[in-house]
Design a protein around this ligand. Structure first.
Ligand code: UD2
Length: 297
């Protein structure tokens, strides 16, 4: 793995707003009980944070799966990423698809690069979603770890609307699912069957994380995908498929391996949901899709 010196070098910039101790957002919680930041608009200075990360000369990788008809989401995903995702950083997109000829040609800015990787299709959407862990893990091993420092694995049926930048970088990064951020843990859609390796009991759990984003240092995403894949396969041997496939395994993993940074639902909204007052900006959201028309079954 590529390793980076991680020190907060004082940026070469003239001035920025003074950080305050008693003035700031009071309507949301911006730190977890294990002291990881929860990233909301208004708690960070984008210019300051970019100036800290820029000199590190980082490469940020993004994996995205576009299998079957989901290839039609790629154009908007990539075009909006070019406007909002990690602007002024080096970015490498890895697109996994069974329809390489249908990958749209999108104009990429300098320092941004796209690799198409062919994978087989599938007749079950659950399998497509679930096999992502294995494929990401293998591709980290063969390619990504030589080419990037950080990795964000994202859902393709989504668009960027606003800055998603260096404030999201961290060792292990997860996102709060927009459907469950005001829900008690006993009502989270965790896997509840003790026979499953994704099992969570009613009195376990911190937040419910969305499976549409896994991020962090390449090495930490590697460990996560390896462990989730292993547990997923153990379930499969026992003919169990967790309630929300890899999202269930991800949630279990993140309960036992706490994320070092948590992104607020600004980083994973859903277009069918009206914006709530604590969400000042929507940065990334899942588009409305017709499941029957788009999934293989
Ligand atoms: C939820 C999660 C998703 C995943 C899934 C597991 C959110 C917002 N979404 O979304 O991340 O955990 O549940 O069941 O947290 N795909 C294809 N072709 C297909 C089907 C899926 O390429 O035919 C890929 C594609 O990249 C897609 C992803 O798999 O974005 C997830 O599938 P989905 O969007 O159909 O799952 P969904 O919306 O139920």
């Amino acid at each position: 793995f590529r390793t980076k010196e991680w020190n907060m070098v004082i940026p070469d910039m003239s001035s920025y707003n003074q950080p305050r101790i008693l003035v700031g957002r009071t309507d949301v919680v911006s730190v977890t009980p294990w002291l990881a930041p929860i990233v909301w608009e208004g708690i960070f200075d984008p210019v300051l944070i970019d100036n800290i990360y820029k000199p590190m000369n980082l490469t940020i990788a993004t994996t995205v799966f576009a299998v079957g008809k989901y290839v039609s989401f790629l154009k908007d995903f990539l075009e909006t990423a070019e406007k909002h995702f990690m602007i002024n950083f080096r970015v490498r997109y890895y697109v996994f698809t069974d329809r390489p000829n249908e990958v749209p040609s999108v104009n990429l800015s300098g320092g941004r690069h796209l690799t198409v990787i062919s994978i087989p299709g599938s007749n079950r959407w659950q399998e497509i979603s679930a096999q992502r862990m294995k494929i990401i893990h293998n591709t980290i091993e063969t390619q990504i770890r030589k080419e990037a420092d950080y990795l964000f694995c994202l859902d393709v049926d989504s668009k960027f609307h606003f800055r998603w930048g260096s404030e999201s970088l961290g060792r292990l990064v997860s996102v709060i699912h927009p459907g469950y951020y005001d829900t008690t843990r006993n009502n989270f859609p965790y896997e509840r069957r003790p026979a499953s390796k994704a099992f969570m009991s009613m009195d376990q759990g911190d937040y419910y994380y969305g499976g549409a984003m896994i991020g962090g240092l390449v090495e930490d995403v590697y460990k996560l995908t390896k462990e989730c894949q292993k547990r997923f396969e153990e379930d499969a041997k026992n003919s169990i498929e967790a309630a929300w496939q890899e999202e269930s395994h991800l949630n279990r993993y993140l309960y036992y391996n706490k994320p070092s940074k948590v992104l607020s639902p600004e980083y994973l909204w859903q277009d069918f949901k009206a914006r709530t007052k604590e969400v000042k900006v929507i940065r990334f959201s899942g588009v409305i899709k017709n499941y029957a028309a788009i999934r293989p079954n």
